[in-house]
Design a binder for this molecule. Sequence first.
Ligand SMILES: [Zn+2]
Length: 453
Amino acid sequence: MTLLVKGGWLVHEDRVEKGDLLIEGEKISAVGPELKAGGAEVLDAAGKYVLPGVIDAHVHYQMPIGDLLTADDFYTGTRSAACGGVTTVIDYAEPCGPGESLRAAIDRRLAEAQGQIAVDLALHLVLFPGQEEDKESLKEAVEQGLVSFKVFTTYDQRMSYEAIGRCLLRAEEVGALVTVHAEDHDIVTAARRELTEAGLTSPRYHGRSRPAEAEVVAVGRIVEMARSLGARAYFVHVSSGEAAGLIASARAQGLEVYGETCPHYLLLTEEEYATERAALSLMCPPLRKRTDNFRLWEALSRETFQVVATDHCSYTPAQKAAGTAFFNTPAGIPGTETLLPLIYSYGVRDGWLTLPQMVRVLAGNPARLFGLYPRKGCLQPGSDADVVVFNPRREVTLEGENLHSAAGYTPFAGFKVRGYPDATILRGRLVYYQGRFLGEKGQGRFIPGRTRK
Ligand SMILES: [Zn+2]
């Protein structure tokens, strides 16, 4: 099938230009002004932006935590992705514990996604303590296309800082990038104990139970390790302005450290925890202050951060309501579908980001960092035809019931966005058009990442 996306403003990472995009089969075959394609189906993009399909580089669909499973499975999660202009998501393969082999964890996760996903999928690999020593298995994982590892400084699967140091080195040896959930475990534990002893355990104390200081200390320790080892490190979901400052100064000194933040840290504040919506906005790390919002936008604008992703990890209001305390309320929120409209409306329209910058943080950078470029992340001949036709004039007030996540709510309810995807194209096929999901379960593919070596 041949499809001509005609007369739009093509947004690349370095420029915006008026032109056409020709799609043949699953690939972009030509980009340029006034393309001729007899017999092609034409999608009129006049007055619209034509963007590379968005990559949400941090999602958790169909994730078990104890005996609870997230509201979104691979199908509903990726369906909501398609409806928000997201054509690739990066989820996680996670061993059940230190005993499960990496190979088994990866095969299990791929089997879960198989036949279910409606957009393309890549995977990060979660490592438990000790697994960083198994160089052969790490190498094998990289060959299978999992080119980024995830480690935690807190939770049950936490690694000591020393082990994370070993992990950074191992990852360099096999060409992978280590992504870090950075919250210092001792600080989190102490804060939680103090609140529990004082009887302050309702979800409204969630922010105080995981203070920004925990993130700042953990980011600081790992930046120092990256410096002394000459290794790269990527911080997921950075929530505080101060941690952003540490990453900025490390980068200014030439370190290869990277940062990701999420729409909720840019747009919501800890004041949510003082409302009846506390549980619905409960995620880790927690929301911070208005000043943090601004400092994070600034960090994005100055390219201290390379990626905006969502950490989509959705629960229904009923699942959330089963929690009685900040420590037993399921942590996580839905986000993939609203990523692009929010970053366009509050990032580009409000002047923090240019259009090319938005394309870098939502497509080009995650594609490069996670080994998907140039197959994904750009509008170039030869690339997968993952394309969003984005209408900068379409106004939408976000409401959970109009979105496609099984969570059934959005923490951004009531946010007015101006600019919304009109159409999403996944490898040449129209999967979303003006409010309707047109894709199919199982049409997504696993896309192996490639190392830069
Ligand atoms: Zn996460």
